[in-house]
Design a protein around this ligand. Structure first.
Ligand code: PMP
Length: 280
C-alpha cells in the first residue's frame, strides 16, 4: 500500500529516511494515531489538535494547516485496504548533522503518514476482560507529549508480555499514572475516576470521550490523584486507547478486580462507545 512521505505518495518499501534523521538519531519527533470506522475518522479534530500541541511542545514549525492535516488523513483513508483503519502520522525535526541542540537553521521536518487495517478488540477481550500487572512508572516527566521517544513505553509493554498478561498499570510515587499505551480508569461506588491530566500521563483522546460518555449515562466522573490502594480496591478497572477503545480489566497482579468480571459501568460506557461509532 502507499504511504505519504514529505509530500509524496510512495510504496511502503520505497519510503526511505536518512540515518541522520533526528527521529532515528534522538527520537526527536512526535506522532499521532487517528482511528477510523467505515473510512470515517473518529474524533479527528481532537487528534489533530493534540498533534498540533505536540509539535508546539517540542518547537517544530510546519506549514501544514488544520485543513491540510484533515486532507492528509482523508486521502489516506481513501487508500486504506480496509474500512476500519488506523492513520499513523509522524513528524520529526528532520535531517541534520548529529548534535543534541536544535540545528541553528531549522531543517525541513520529516512528515510521514501510513494507514493500516484496524482489527477492533475481539469479543473475548470485550466479554472476558484483560489481565494486568503493576509496575513503577520510570518514564520521564513529559508524558503529556506524544513523543516517538517510546523506550519507556516499549519496556513497560514488554514487561506485560513477559509476565504473560495483557497490559501494565504504572504507578508514580504510589499514584496511578497509565498503561504502556493506554489510559486507566477506576470505578468506585459508581463513580468513574481518572488520573489528573498533567505531565505524568498522555491525555488520550478517549479521556474527554469517557468523561462525556459517563455524564451522558448519568455516571459521576472525577479527575484526581488516585492511590495504589484505591486501584487495588476498585470495583472495576478499565483501559482506553484508540486501538483498544474501552476494555474491562479483570485482574491485577494475579488478583481479581471486583468480582473478577467486566462490571456494569464498563457495560454502559462500552454501549455508549459502540453507539458513537455506529452514528459516524
Ligand atoms: N497513554 C499512552 C502512553 C498512549 O500511548 C496512548 C495512545 N495509544 C494513550 C494513553 C491513549 O490515547 P488515545 O486515547 O488517544 O489513543
Amino acid at each position: 500500500s502507499l504511504v505519504y512521505l514529505n509530500g509524496e505518495y510512495v510504496r511502503l518499501g520505497d519510503a526511505k529516511v536518512s540515518v541522520l534523521d533526528r527521529g532515528f538519531i534522538f527520537g526527536d519527533g512526535i506522532y499521532e494515531v487517528v482511528p477510523a470506522y467505515g473510512r470515517k475518522p473518529f474524533r479527528m479534530d481532537s487528534h489533530l489538535a493534540r498533534l498540533e500541541r505536540s509539535l508546539k511542545a517540542i518547537g517544530i514549525k510546519l506549514d501544514m494547516s488544520r485543513a491540510d492535516w484533515e486532507k492528509l488523513v482523508r486521502d489516506m483513508l481513501v487508500r486504506a485496504s480496509s474500512d476500519d483503519a488506523m492513520v499513523y502520522i509522524q513528524v520529526t525535526r528532520g535531517v541534520a548533522k548529529r548534535d543534541h541542540a536544535f540545528p541553528a537553521k531549522a531543517p525541513k521536518p520529516t512528515v510521514f503518514c501510513m494507514v493500516s487495517p484496524f482489527k477492533r478488540p475481539a469479543a473475548a477481550a470485550r466479554e472476558q476482560g484483560l489481565s494486568t500487572v503493576s509496575m513503577p512508572d520510570v518514564r520521564w516527566l513529559h508524558c503529556e507529549i506524544k513523543s516517538v521517544s517510546l523506550l519507556g513505553n516499549v519496556l513497560a509493554k514488554q514487561h506485560a508480555v513477559e509476565a504473560g498478561v495483557d497490559e501494565v498499570i504504572q504507578f508514580r510515587d504510589g499514584f496511578l499514572s497509565e498503561g504502556s499505551s493506554c489510559n486507566i480508569w477506576v470505578v468506585k461506588n459508581g463513580t468513574v475516576l481518572g488520573p489528573v491530566r498533567d505531565n505524568l500521563i498522555l491525555e488520550g483522546i478517549r479521556y474527554g470521550f469517557i468523561e462525556e460518555l459517563a455524564r451522558a449515562a448519568g455516571v459521576p466522573f472525577e479527575s484526581r490523584r488516585i492511590s495504589r490502594e484505591e486501584v487495588e480496591q476498585a470495583d472495576e478497572l478499565m483501559l482506553t486507547s484508540a486501538t483498544k477503545e474501552v476494555l474491562p480489566i479483570v485482574s491485577l497482579d494475579g488478583k481479581p478486580v471486583g468480582n473478577g468480571k467486566p462490571g456494569p459501568v464498563y457495560a454502559r460506557l462500552r454501549a455508549g462507545y459502540d453507539k458513537a461509532i455506529a452514528a459516524l
